[in-house]
Write a protein that binds this ligand. Structure first.
Ligand SMILES: Cc1cc2nc3c(=O)[nH]c(=O)nc-3n(C[C@H](O)[C@H](O)[C@H](O)COP(=O)(O)O)c2cc1C
Length: 389
């Protein structure tokens, strides 16, 4: 059994996804599915149900037609998410609340295993990657754990975030970009009429994955990844685009966002339990690089893992920020995937709940609508309900 108290937590820093997977297996936190399964529905169902039944990470050894295993639910519990950054379950939240001085700058290296195999001709995403189809109503297979790297040529602004990616054809993806930085970088390239270079890393080390979705008041995500790992994130120059990519990733897809083109992307069964379709940018892939024996990681949408990640990576900073302005807050619970939040405050004056709502609406972009949902019986407490998405 994996008992964090028995380890020297500081020695547990994983700069490679495979090391983390091996560690989880050695310590009883991962189980294997030996039966060959189909990438359409079967693999995702096995991971979803296996995770629900056992609470473990699930590794599907054989996907029909592919030579690589697929792994899911790696960070599905607070304990495993803590282990990923060398923290115990008890101190994971405080370890995640890093300060700017904790950031460790990235380092550029000459080569990395992500370049073991380089494919530039006859790109076929369906053949190379065991991309999964998750739900009956999904339009096609989706990449759910792709970390997207882009850079604004003029301002130098860089992105590193997880974005859902529809595999539309052998060499085309549809991307869903709602985040602040990615939207800005895409918008700027669009205004200049330029094709925007993009690199998508799949199978990065767990600290880098967590840094990519981290909610922090500073923007250097490479530095955040370094802080979580306790060592610099190693980056290597991509093959066909002027971007740096994690040297130890399992796969990298390189290409360009086609300027002036938006196409229907979805429907895809999302983390909030609904099918979502949108008009979104199209990415043309020109090269795929990958490790010799990669593992293909996935997020199962609308499952416990994305809830755990959002709860631990996004909530602490929101709490800290809101509480610094409203010390009257007694409790906050953000239910990201269910789409609402409940906040209990010890009201200091009559208009405070309303001011709290306006503050949250203007500082937390996930929240679209706010209202006082319920005044509880006890006169000094107010419960505020906030609706997301
Ligand atoms: C499981 C998971 C899936 C996500 N999918 C998307 C997505 O499809 N589109 C998106 O814009 N953000 C998505 N996010 C959030 C972004 O990765 C995150 O907000 C990131 O910081 C955005 O960076 P950006 O500001 O550069 O866009 C997802 C986060 C998680 C944890």
């Amino acid at each position: 059994m994996c008992d964090a108290a028995n380890f020297n937590m500081d020695s547990m820093k994983f700069n490679d996804l495979k090391l983390f997977v091996d560690f989880l297996e050695e310590h009883g936190e991962l189980i294997r599915v030996e039966e060959p399964l189909d990438s359409k529905f079967e693999v995702s169902a096995a991971i979803r149900h296996g995770a629900k039944m056992t609470d473990k990470a699930i590794l599907v050894e054989k996907v029909k037609g592919y030579g690589f295993p697929v792994v899911g639910n790696l960070l599905g519990t607070k304990k495993r998410l803590g282990l990923a950054i060398g923290a115990t379950e008890e101190d994971v939240v405080s370890r995640l609340l890093i300060k700017e001085e904790d950031l460790i700058p990235s380092k550029t290296v000459d080569k990395g295993p992500v370049k073991d195999i380089i494919i530039r001709n006859d790109i076929d995403l369906f053949k190379t990657l065991p991309v999964l189809t998750y739900h009956e109503g999904d339009v096609s297979p989706y990449i759910t754990q792709g970390v997207v790297f882009m850079k604004d040529r003029e301002s130098g602004l860089e992105t590193m975030g997880v974005h859902r990616l529809q595999v539309k054809s052998k060499n085309r993806l549809g991307g869903f970009f709602t985040g602040k930085t990615s939207s800005e970088v895409i918008r700027n390239a669009e205004k200049r009429g330029e094709a925007l270079e993009i690199a998508i890393a799949i199978g990065v080390d767990p600290s880098t994955l967590l840094a990519s979705v981290f909610w922090a008041p500073f923007s250097d995500k490479f530095g955040i990844a370094g802080a979580f790992r306790g060592s610099p994130l190693e980056l290597v120059q991509a093959e066909t685009v002027d971007l740096k990519i994690p040297a130890n990733a399992m796969f990298v897809l390189e290409g360009k966002i086609i300027p002036g083109l938006k196409e229907t992307e979805g429907p895809f069964g999302e983390s909030n339990g609904y099918y979502v379709t949108a008009q979104n940018p199209v990415i043309e892939i020109a090269a795929i690089t990958h490790r010799k024996n990669p593992i293909y990681p996935v997020f199962i949408p609308w499952d416990r893992e994305d809830g755990t990640i959002l709860d631990l990576l996004v909530t602490p900073y929101i709490h800290k920020n809101i509480k610094s302005v409203f010390p009257s807050i007694a409790n906050i619970k953000l239910f990201f995937t269910a789409g609402f939040a409940v906040i209990q405050i010890r009201k200091r004056y009559e208009s405070e709940p309303r001011e709290l709502i306006y503050f949250i609406l203007s500082t937390v972009p996930f929240i679209k609508i706010g209202r006082i949902a319920h005044l509880c019986g006890c006169p000094q407490y107010v419960v505020v309900g906030l609706l997301f998405f």
